[in-house]
Write a protein that binds this ligand. Structure first.
Ligand code: 5GP
Length: 179
């Protein structure tokens, strides 16, 4: 069913059951990959808040969770290249195995920026887990991107935490812009 959000129209792209299945699979993989350590998950707010919550519930090994806040869209539908950085990082990640949890990798600018910033804190390892990836929009490869929920076309999406003008975050499914 189509959805109107502000001035744009959206139609379903990924249903919540498919999201749940994929998250279970990624969770299993993380439990295996990090079974010999205590990873620190770094959730990137706001868009990932539902993904962070759902993925973390799949983790059954000891772990820590912390949050940071970045924004590059400022309520529009195009990546702005400028990144607003609200990183306030109190957890010491030096020597730790870090997994960054992102909602979506579009141009990759935000991910590169955050990963470089976190690397300065000298973690033992760092990996990126993103629910969505737009391969056609990616400007340069991200070596740390080890866990990907879904690859999608280069289109604007909302729902499951992702917004348009701060709306649509509450939708269970992911929708793509049609108009
Ligand atoms: P990048 O820096 O990779 O271009 O963009 C990353 C950020 O832009 C994401 O964390 C997300 O906040 C926002 N973003 C990118 N693509 C979309 C999209 O299709 N929909 C929404 N709502 N936000 C997006």
């Amino acid at each position: 069913m189509k959805k109107q959000i502000a001035d744009l129209e959206f139609e379903p792209l990924i249903e919540s059951a498919a999201i749940d299945n994929r998250i279970q699979a990624i969770g299993k993989q993380l439990n295996t990959d990090y079974q010999h350590t205590i990873p620190v998950f770094v959730g990137v707010l706001n868009g990932s808040f539902l993904f962070i919550a759902d993925i973390i519930k799949q983790i059954d090994i000891p772990c820590e969770i912390t949050f940071t806040k970045l924004a590059s869209y400022y309520g529009g539908t195009k990546s702005s290249l400028k990144i607003r950085d609200d990183i306030d990082f109190s957890v010491d990640i030096k020597g730790r195995d870090v997994v960054v949890i992102e909602d979506i990798v579009d141009t990759g600018n935000t991910a590169h920026y955050l990963l470089e910033k976190l690397k300065l804190k000298q973690p033992a390892t760092i990996a990126l887990c993103s629910l969505l990836l737009k391969p056609a929009a990616l400007l340069k490869p991200i070596e740390e991107l080890k866990y990907i929920g879904f690859e999608i076309e280069n289109e604007f999406v909302v729902g499951y935490g992702l917004d348009y003008k701060e709306m649509g975050r509450n939708l269970k499914d992911i929708y793509k812009r049609v108009k």
